[in-house]
Design a protein around this ligand. Structure first.
Ligand code: GDP
Ligand code: GDP
Length: 438
């Protein structure tokens, strides 16, 4: 969780989006809707060498302009910068340094974040060096000539960038498992929390969370500590007549982000709703481990088909049931509630799991010999050179291939299934990064 952030800053039209897209390859954007910021910032996962990070396009930073959006845009850039490990300041090499560039540079020099200067639109190597040299005057150190469109020069830029980016695995390890209990109002989140805590109140110390939205409760079982992130604690205020749903879903989103394992609570009497699907989508986007908890099982009239019908409903309406365990419980009677924690431990272990490069390549070799990569119409066949796990939480495996676009969704799913079948990863999403090697 919490990949280092690289902010992409610059005037409009210098090529920021083009650069972001190049850095992110074919990964899809994660759009975080943050209240108070009108233009959504787009976060794109990326990596270079053994470093993973997220690039954020900040929108155009304009200083000498009095458009009405100016303060917002500037605020956005500042917010992006405040959470960034490094920034790339993009300028237009064909236009040369402009007064606005100088103004932005002056501002950037005052920020406590390392800034790299990328001089874009330098397609011709010789010309590029000359164009780039003009930007020494900005006082931001060496200008890197690049072409975001063609990709030239970006390697050198990234080599320098990753020197400023921390290793994600350097995050201190704790034995505590953070568990978010999420779900729609009235599905039984508070009741579940109480069932966990139960008579053990004595050893429970409520600790206020980092936000006022959730109160964490720490419980211990057999030497394992669980930090339960409760999102139920705060009730909708009846007097607020705007967007209560908006607020509660945002609270859930925040809890998901802080968690290692999410307990996605579903009301057995209602089945999976649209809101549940929304929450499920976010769990996958954030790469959290998950357990589907169907609560109020005591209140369901059961026959021998009931479980089967539920499983079918879950499978068709939640996309992650391929890997997430489902458990049927009653917070009211306590039935199977303790068993949830066993699943939590299992899911947290999968989430943190690291698999050696040798094992990954064994699985790949096997998978490819059962089922060769597709051949495109042009006749060139997809080829996987090797794979390696680049991070955990969730387990993320980079696959170096001749050309990523030769691998269609079907084949990608096949490879993911092979990893799961051979290596397990129960309870956690896994990510595969398909990287073209040129
Ligand atoms: P942004 O407003 O800073 O995000 O800029 P865009 O990425 O939208 O690019 C602005 C314009 O510059 C577009 O017309 C791009 O095609 C062009 N552009 C971006 N990168 C390059 C480049 O490396 N070389 C050239 N020649 N043009 C580029
Ligand atoms: P929250 O809004 O998700 O925190 O839900 P609550 O824990 O406040 O529960 C909402 C309602 O569902 C309460 O009336 C609970 O008594 C009831 N409830 C919670 N869990 C169960 C359960 O396992 N079985 C039954 N029958 N009712 C439950």
């Amino acid at each position: 969780m919490g990949l280092p952030i690289v902010a992409i800053i610059g005037r409009p039209n210098v090529g920021k989006s083009t650069l972001v897209n190049r850095l992110a390859g074919e990964q899809t954007a994660i759009v975080h809707d943050e209240p108070g910021v009108t233009r959504d910032r787009t976060y794109l996962p990326s990596y270079w060498s053994d470093r993973e990070f997220v690039v954020v396009d900040t929108g155009g930073l304009v200083f000498n302009d009095d458009t009405e959006f100016l303060p917002l845009i500037r605020q956005q850039a500042m917010t992006a910068l405040s959470e960034a490990s490094a920034a790339i300041f993009v300028v237009d090499g064909q236009l040369g340094p402009s007064p606005a560039d100088e103004e932005i540079a002056t501002w950037l020099r005052q920020q406590p974040v390392p800034v790299l200067l990328a001089v874009n639109k330098c397609e011709s190597p010789d010309q590029g060096l000359i164009q780039a040299a003009e930007f020494w005057e900005l006082g931001l150190g060496e200008p890197y000539p690049i072409s975001a469109i063609h990709g030239s020069g970006t390697g050198e830029l990234l080599d320098e960038l990753i020197k400023h980016i921390p290793h994600v695995t350097e995050v201190p390890e704790t034995n505590e498992i953070k568990v978010a209990i999420i779900g729609r109002p009235n599905v039984g989140k508070s009741s579940l929390l109480n069932a966990f805590v139960g008579e053990e109140r004595a050893i429970v110390s409520p600790i206020s969370g980092t936000t006022r939205d959730a109160i964490d409760t720490v419980v211990e079982r057999d030497g394992q500590t669980y930090r339960l992130i409760d999102t139920a604690g705060i009730r909708k205020k009846k007097s607020i007549d705007y967007g209560t749903e908006f607020f509660s879903i945002n609270r859930a989103f925040k809890a998901i982000r802080r968690a290692d394992v999410v307990l996605m609570v579903i009301d057995a009497l209602d089945g999976v709703t649209e809101q549940d699907q929304k929450l499920a989508g976010r769990i996958i986007e954030e790469g959290r481990a998950c357990i589907v908890v169907v609560n109020k099982w005591d209140a369901v009239e059961k026959d021998s088909y009931t479980i089967y019908d539920y499983e079918k409903d879950l499978q068709s309406r939640l996309h992650f049931t391929e890997w997430a365990d489902t458990i049927y419980v009653s917070a009211l009677t306590g039935q199977r509630v303790e068993k949830i924690l066993e699943l939590v431990v299992e899911a947290a272990e999968s989430h943190k799991r690291r698999v050696s490069t040798a094992v990954i390549n064994e699985v790949l070799e096997d998978a490819v010999s059962w089922h060769s990569p597709p051949t495109s119409r042009g006749g060139r066949q997809g080829k996987i050179y090797y794979g390696t796990q680049v991070s955990t939480q969730p387990p993320t495996i980079a696959l170096f291939v001749n050309e990523a676009k030769r691998f269609n969704d079907n084949y990608r799913r096949y490879i993911e299934r092979q990893f799961r079948q051979q290596l397990g990863f129960k309870g956690t999403p896994i990510r595969l990064l398909w990287r073209s090697k040129k």
